[in-house]
Structure formats: structure tokens, C-alpha cells
Design a protein around this ligand. Sequence first.
Ligand code: NAD
Length: 356
Amino acid sequence: MKAKIAVLAGDGVGREVVPEAVKVLKAVAERHGHAFDFVSADVGGQAIDKIGVPLPQETLTLAKQSDAVLLGAVGGPKWEGLDYSLRPERALLGLREALGLYANLRPAKLYMALADASTLKKEVIEGIDILVVRELIGGIYFGKPKGIEKIGGVERGVNTEVYTTDEIKRIAKVAFEAARKRRRKVTSVDKANVLESSELWRRVVTELQKGYPDVELNHMYVDNCAMQLVRNPKQFDVLLCNNMFGDILSDEAAMLTGSIGMLPSASIGAQVGLYEPIHGSAPDIAGKGVANPIATIASAAMLLSYSFQLEKEGAAIETAIVRTLDLGYRTKDIHSAGTRLVGTGEMTDAIIRNLG
Ligand code: NAD
């Protein structure tokens, strides 16, 4: 197949791991006879430095005209003093909104070779396979009113958590459909004991479940869920979350699997899907060639499966990652005694060799 992929490396380690994922995609294209056209553009802090805004019009147009977007990460200390409206992270919100990406899928699956890299006991995490389905363009990150105002000499910061019935329905549908391809269990996360928006969330999800009698539905308060994720993560199959709860819980789920450098994500909704590692720009390790490229390479695998329906090719990348880990290759974040410490590029080369 022929496809155009927008490549937005962004800042920090994004600039190191995205080219590695592109290398893997090129290797897959060559082996399976596909023609992928990779077009790069500026985003985040890098775009601010060059053009003055985090999401230039040219980048947005490229993203809209592509078949899929591969993103690295944005942000870093250099831009932290800027006004919120100009910060690198605004680019993410802008892309999600403009592309209508209302569903963020974050799988947290334990690679058995890495069971020892987790801070949790092996018996607690062995066999975990969770899919966090996070609502991405609603809730408190977008709700209005928002801002900081001064009333009578006192400053007041305001954000608004708001969800409509339709917004809840469309994300819950994604969770129920995903559960049907997995272990048929959805845990819907809310704070319905305190928040009205959660009360509506719970009611709408419960109603929608009637159309999915083959899928089991549980509701769980977010504080309990945070606790259960470290106590007994194996109980979860699909976790359905609003924007903020999903943001926080997916990082927690990530840590169960050993390193944030391992976890991919897919954001879908309308025509163009966006694929990115769940980690940020990691300024503490950027430029050292030690970043783990696996989260981004696994995001590229999701891109092939979800946007191009190239499931076989996506699975080939995942198998190559497992093989490489089984052979003992480890970047610094997942390294343990007796395994082979490699840098970003060496890890990618090993994965490409294991593509079969
Ligand atoms: P982070 O994910 O960048 O880093 C957290 C920790 O994980 C760090 O110790 C880092 O070294 C490590 N880490 C991250 N990716 C790694 C990789 N591939 N391999 C090995 N180790 C890795 O989160 P942070 O430090 O809170 O944020 C840094 C910057 O990134 C901030 O400016 C933040 O706003 C931004 N950020 C961007 C995104 C995104 O672009 N989607 C997401 C989160 C944070």
C-alpha cells in the first residue's frame, strides 16, 4: 500500500526516538512491499524557536493531509516560563482537537523478559494486559470557563470539568468495542460520589452497556482504582477514563510494566490517527543516545494496525520487540544485571534484525 506519514519529532528525546521508529517502518515497508512517504514538520518548542508558535499552520495542514501522524514528544525547561497559550504542550491539545482525536488507547502489557524491571513483585504483575481508553478532547483540559483572574486583589485559578452525553457515549463505545476483542471486561473510572460530571458519566456508561450484554461492566472510584492498580492489576482488562483520570492512571499503569520508555499510544477519532509514546521529552537524558526507542517503535506498530489495517506488519514489529528483549538487549531504563546494555540506535538495529 501507499501512504503518507507526517513525522513530528518535537523536542528532547522525541528527536532521538522518532527517527528510530521511522527506520523500523522503512524496514517493514521494504520487507512487505509498501511505499510510505515520510514528511517531517516542526512542532512544540522547536517550532516556537523557529516560527514563534508551538503548532504552525503548515504542520497542522500536513497532519490533516496525511494518512497518519507519528509524534515524539514536546516540551522542556527552556519553554516553561512561557504563557500557557504559547507552551509546547499546546501543540498536543491543538492537534488532538483539530484532528478530532477523542479516544486515546494506551496498552500496558508486561513483557515477560522485563518482569524484574518493575518496582512491583513479579507475582503481582505477571500476565498483566490492560488497555486504558482515555477520553482526549473533553473534560477539565478543555472546559470553560478557564483561566486565572484577579478579583479584589486575590488571584483565582479556574478550570471546568464538563462532559456531554454524546461525548461520554462515543468514548464508552470505543471501550466496549475494544473489550469485545479482548477479555470482555470494562472498568469505568469516575468520582461519582463527589462530581456531577461523573454522575452523568456513570449513568450514560451504564445505559450504553445494555447494547453490549456480552461485556461485563464495573464502576470504580478513581482513588480506589489508583490503589487497585498497584494492589491487584490483573483484575483489569479495559479501563475507561475521562481525560484527567486517564492521564494520571495510564502513567501509573505504565510503571507497572517497568518503564515509561516502553509504552505506546494511539489517538483515534476521525480520519487521521496520531501515534506517540506516552513519555515526554525526558530532558534529563536527552542528547545522550540512551533513550529507550521501544515506546515509539511500538507506537509505529499501532499505526500500522489501526490506521492502515496492516495487522500482520504491526504484529511483526511487536514480535521483533519481544525477541530482542528475550535476547537480553536493554536500554539503561530497563537494564538489570546479566543483560546487555545498549543505546537507542543499537536497540533499534537489533529490533530490525529480529523483524524476520
Ligand atoms: P518524561 O516522560 O519526559 O520523563 C519522566 C522520566 O522518564 C524521566 O526520568 C525520563 O528520563 C524517563 N523517560 C522518559 N522517556 C524515556 C525513554 N524513552 N527512555 C528512557 N527513559 C525515559 O516526563 P517529565 O519529566 O514529567 O516531562 C518532561 C517534559 O516533557 C515536560 O516539558 C513535559 O511537559 C513534557 N511532556 C510531554 C509529553 C508529550 O509530548 N506527549 C508527555 C509528558 C510530558
